[in-house]
Design a protein around this ligand. Structure first.
Ligand code: ADP
Length: 628
């Protein structure tokens, strides 16, 4: 038969395909195997009611053959096959392929997207082969046909013979180049790997004849003779674990699947298996890993779930299925409602994916909350691995997700050496307590030693110890939790005093006005103001940040932009009940020069306690020596 030309749009795509620099050429095998599986689906459906098919459920299979000498890979199936017309229509025009139809509905995508991301079914074989021959016999017909094409210049269809219905796709691989070793695709290991990666759960056996060695029976044990024989190996496992009923799968099996599939030596903290029937029908099997991958908090970490369409993997990392704060979740989603040939770009537009993603978001949150409530030790393990990500989730996107995530947060606390949730904190609050108190420092020990903690702890109020840089931003974003506001014990007015105590304090301030003004004058611009403290117990002094910027934030900014980091306004607070206060007062009257030095010393101590750098450490030690 004379050579036929491809239709115009097919030719254009074919050109792109042939010249594709696409690095994932390997997906061609998945595409060809999927077509074979679809064809078997169709014939096995007919076989349900038509005895003439003559094939039993177990007879259906997909066969891979390799002819290394001629550089040929053949994928055969005993499915429904194609008539000459069907070959013409299905293989002669690329426009019949599912993804191209999709493309026509989404004109914002360009051709390269489709090929670059996911190939276009059958045509993706042209990425690795320069000549493709398809021999097919349609079920119910005697004649078979042979379709052949070497790419963009067209194709031929002729009649031929085939013993039984089915299709052979015969791919003559391109010659190796410096960059691309096409011949690798004939390697048993490569093929095994590709089937395991992309087509493991195809419902029909994917078999390959493999040459193996064995000892010749009866040959001498000391000096054995070997012979080669052919073993038919099934390359896929066929039943996905997520398709099996939950109660039939053990935890060990789930864990083994996770460790195997996601290359993690550590067992997952927990798994959840989801089965949804509705607007979008799907099954999902998700895992919370037991430790953060080494690159988790870097740009290199690729988040996402593996996406399957009826047992065929169509995407390895579909990041659209997970929101950023849950990017640590691993797992698979399998839906029969998704079309096979969809590219990454297209997926973003896919309404079905959004439905699944929203659904999973809720399930993950519920699962984590359940873990927190019922298995605190496991939650602690989770928190240590991924707590930071949850905190980032609270502050990112202008706090869009803060309400959903607030319940999952944990902090160190004065009440226990374990982490505590905000809910637990609130449940322990004193009757007269209205605020949630927190102290920031770079370690729990340092926070606990802040002088401002003393009075609160004395009253039996719990204090959260914030030690991550992001913590204060989290608190700022939350604003409150269950109608309790947050108070930074080093900065905020803690409102600890009764009306009576307040009046008393005001009186005291008035009485000491002269001294406070004196200290302010001695310190000049270093402090914004000087006042008597309502927070201190046995300590003489503390520094307090005034305004929206706390000292911890100041330290954070000093790290990331050392040259022009903003500084928090400093307020020096003095403890009027401390002996030092009396000495200071006496000195102001008898020896103002010395009192000025006392003021400087107290300010420096405030800096030290707040873990802020001394402006001039030498001057400070000189001052101490001078006063000694
Ligand atoms: P898609 O699978 O998205 O429809 P393809 O380009 O992969 O696009 O295949 C085009 C069509 O060719 C298929 O829809 C199917 O009708 C037919 N086809 C491909 N491979 C086979 C096969 N092995 N057996 C029967 N029909 C096939």
């Amino acid at each position: 038969m004379a050579k036929k030309k491809f239709k115009a749009e097919s030719k254009r795509l074919l050109d792109l395909m042939v010249n594709s620099i696409y690095t994932h050429k390997e997906i061609f095998l998945r595409e060809i195997i999927s077509n074979a599986s679809d064809a078997i689906d169709k014939l096995s459906y007919i076989a349900l009611t038509d005895n003439n098919v003559g094939l039993d459920k177990d007879d259906f299979k997909i066969e891979i053959k390799v002819d290394k000498k001629h550089g040929i890979i053949t994928v055969s199936d005993n499915g429904i096959g194609m008539s000459a017309d069907e070959m013409e229509n299905n293989l002669g025009t690329i426009a019949s392929s599912g993804s191209f139809r999709f493309k026509q509905e989404h004109t914002d995508l360009d051709d390269v997207d489709i090929i670059g991301q996911f190939g276009v079914g059958f045509y993706s074989a042209f990425m690795v082969a320069d000549t493709i021959t398809v021999v097919s016999r349609k079920y119910g017909e005697e004649a078979a046909h042979i379709w052949q094409s070497s790419g963009a210049d067209g194709y031929t269809i002729d009649e031929c013979e085939r013993e039984a219905p089915g299709t052979d796709v015969i791919m003559k691989l391109k010659a190796d180049t410096e960059d691309e070793k096409y011949s690798d695709y004939m390697d048993l290991y490569t093929i095994r790997g590709l089937v395991a990666k992309y087509s493991d759960y195809i419902r029909y056996p994917i078999v390959m004849d493999v040459e193996k060695n064995r000892k010749v029976e009866g040959s001498d044990d000391e000096n054995p003779e070997y012979e080669t024989y052919i073993d038919t190996e099934t390359l896929n496992s066929m039943i996905p674990i997520w398709q099996r009923p939950k109660n039939e799968v053990t935890d060990d099996e789930y864990n083994a699947f996770y460790q195997d599939k996601f290359y993690d030596y550590t067992q997952p903290v927990t798994h959840l298996s989801v089965s949804v029937e509705g607007a979008v029908t799907y099954k999902a099997l998700l895992f919370i890993p037991g430790k953060a991958p080494y690159d988790f908090y870097t740009k290199d970490y690729e988040s996402g779930l593996q996406l399957y369409s009826s047992g065929v993997m169509i995407m390895e990392n579909c990041s659209d299925l997970l929101s950023d704060h849950f990017r640590f979740v691993k797992g698979v989603v399998d839906s029969q409602d998704l079309s096979l040939n969809i590219s990454r770009e297209m997926l973003q537009h896919d309404r079905q994916l959004k439905v699944i993603a929203n659904n999973l978001e809720k399930k993950i949150k519920t699962e984590l909350k359940k873990l927190m409530d019922n298995e605190p030790e496991k939650y602690e393990q989770f928190w240590n691995a991924f707590g930071l990500q949850i905190k980032y989730g609270v502050v990112s996107e202008y706090g869009k997700n803060k309400d959903a995530l607030a319940d999952l947060l944990m902090f160190s606390s004065s009440a226990s050496d374990k982490h505590t949730s905000l809910e637990q904190y609130v449940s322990r609050m004193k009757e007269e307590q209205t605020s949630i108190y927190y102290a920031s420092a770079d370690s729990v020990a340092k926070a606990a030693r802040l002088p401002q903690t003393e009075k609160l702890l004395e009253k039996g109020f719990e204090i959260l110890y914030l030690t991550d840089e992001v913590d204060e931003f989290v608190i700022q974003m939350l604003m409150d939790y269950k109608e309790h506001d947050f108070k930074n014990i080093s900065t905020d007015d803690l409102g600890l005093d009764t009306e009576e105590e307040k009046l008393e304090a005001e009186k005291k301030s008035e009485e000491n006005k002269e001294l406070l003004e004196f200290v302010k004058e001695a310190l000049g611009d270093k402090v914004k103001s000087v006042r008597l403290s309502d927070k201190l117990g046995s300590h003489p002094v503390c520094l307090v940040a005034d305004g929206y910027l706390s000292f911890e934030m100041e330290k954070y900014f000093a790290q990331i932009q050392p040259d022009n980091a903003p500084k928090a306004d400093r307020v020096l607070e003095l403890n009027a009940d401390h002996a030092i206060f009396g000495k200071l007062k006496a000195a102001m009257e008898s020896d103002p020069d010395k009192a000025g030095k006392y003021a400087e010393l107290l300010y420096c101590q405030g800096l030290l306690i707040a873990d802020l750098p001394l402006e001039d450490p030498t001057a400070y030690t000189d001052l101490v020596c001078d006063l000694l």
